[in-house]
Design a protein around this ligand. Structure first.
Ligand SMILES: NC(=O)c1ccc[n+]([C@@H]2O[C@H](COP(=O)([O-])OP(=O)(O)OC[C@H]3O[C@@H](n4cnc5c(N)ncnc54)[C@H](OP(=O)(O)O)[C@@H]3O)[C@@H](O)[C@H]2O)c1
Length: 340
């Protein structure tokens, strides 16, 4: 069994912990928090050993009935690999600690590419992560862009991509972020950082991205346009999406034309936490203008799409299987991930 520690048990970390616990070849050896919280209670309830960043705070946890197994350093002694899911920017500061304890490390998209020197997406570059000691799983938006661009590029060739990200203002549990009543151009300058981030995985892609933030909490919405190098039909693009293990079609027949209805649908499908691990591409939006201009809308569940990528990254780094499709299929199957 691959022994996995999760440093930072928040939005991403708690999902990664549950996804790891569901795998046949992995176990959670610990998760970490800095302060007592509802998530810390849940970690205890789930039976994940709970470690804390600063052991001087042990009493604060124990006073409110939360058991503490030790500090983060102690957690690392039990791990083959650590998934760093601390807030953006904090992860890079942990690098020296992971090196000291000789533990392989995975960082998230809130860190710079340079923290690991390798940016990962299961469908694009799994093989290049085999046996690596350090990997960065790209952000939720970059993951969504990489999946569709790489899939279309592999069949038709992609000349250029122009995409606009309409981003959620906060995660559902966030009470300190906004906007409440504004559309914020973020950044107002063009391009946004998302295009260069895609190029950390797919360096040959000509991509320009724009981004704004809106007052919603479930999903980013991407408006994607690609110029293709070969003639394509709408049906051929739909087939690529349908065959992809991490992309799903939001069918015309569901009548879903929003993220709110998509959330209700995920809930009704019985997805844990309403999580949508796949990119959700609106079937009716998929359009080929002329023969080489592709357009589509895709919803990206920011809390979920990177979770399955972390699981595959662990398997690649630990040489669990050299075959990306085998890893992706084990990850999906273990989570009960059935098509939309
Ligand atoms: N949320 C998203 O939509 C999303 C999507 C894709 C990627 N990401 C990336 O994933 C990473 C984590 O984001 P998140 O949204 O999951 O953050 P989050 O919800 O704020 O969770 C971060 C967790 O890290 C813990 N933590 C903070 N400082 C720590 C430290 N020094 N040592 C150990 N644990 C510490 C926090 O614990 P306490 O609460 O106890 O302080 C919290 O449990 C970031 O790089 C982010 O950019 C986020």
């Amino acid at each position: 069994m691959i022994k996995v520690a999760i440093n930072g048990y928040g939005t991403i970390g708690k999902r990664v912990a549950d996804a790891v616990a569901a795998q046949p070849d992995m176990e959670v050896v610990g998760v970490s928090k800095t302060r007592p919280s509802a998530e810390a209670y849940v970690a205890n309830k789930r039976g994940y050993p709970l470690y804390i960043a600063d052991i001087k705070n042990r009493e604060k946890f124990e006073k409110v009935g939360i058991s503490v197994a030790g500090d983060v350093e102690e957690m690392l002694k039990h791990a083959d690999v650590v998934v760093d899911a601390t807030p953006g920017g904090v992860g890079a500061k942990n690098k020296a600690l992971y090196e000291l304890f000789n533990v392989k490390a995975i960082w998230q998209g809130g860190e710079e590419h340079e923290v690991a020197g390798f940016s990962f997406n299961s469908s694009c570059n799994y093989e290049a992560a085999l046996g690596r000691d350090a990997v960065r799983v790209v952000s939720c938006n970059t993951t969504g862009l990489c999946r569709i661009i790489n899939a279309v590029d592999s069949v038709f060739g992609v000349g250029k991509v122009r995409a606009t990200m309409v981003r959620r203002g906060s995660d559902p549990g966030g009470i300190k972020k906004g906007p409440v009543d504004a559309i914020v151009l973020n950044p107002v300058t063009i391009p946004s950082h998302h295009g260069p981030d895609v190029q950390t995985v797919l360096p040959h892609i000509d991509i320009v991205t724009l981004a704004m933030i809106v007052p919603t909490t479930f999903c980013h919405m991407h408006v994607v346009q690609m110029d293709l190098r070969a003639d394509a039909t709408r049906e051929e693009i739909l087939e690529i999406i349908e065959k992809h293990p991490r992309m799903g079609l939001v069918r015309k027949g569901t009548g879903i034309t929003s993220t709110a209805e998509l959330k209700e649908y995920a809930c009704d499908l019985g997805r844990p936490r309403s999580d949508l691990w796949e990119s959700c591409i609106y079937e009716e939006s998929v359009s080929v203008v002329g023969k080489r201009e592709l357009y589509l809308f895709q919803a990206i569940h920011q809390e979920a799409d990177v979770v399955v990528e972390n699981v595959d990254a662990i398997r690649a780094m630990m040489n669990g299987t050299p075959d990306p499709l085998e890893s992706i299929s084990t990850t999906n199957r273990s989570l009960g991930f059935t098509p939309l």
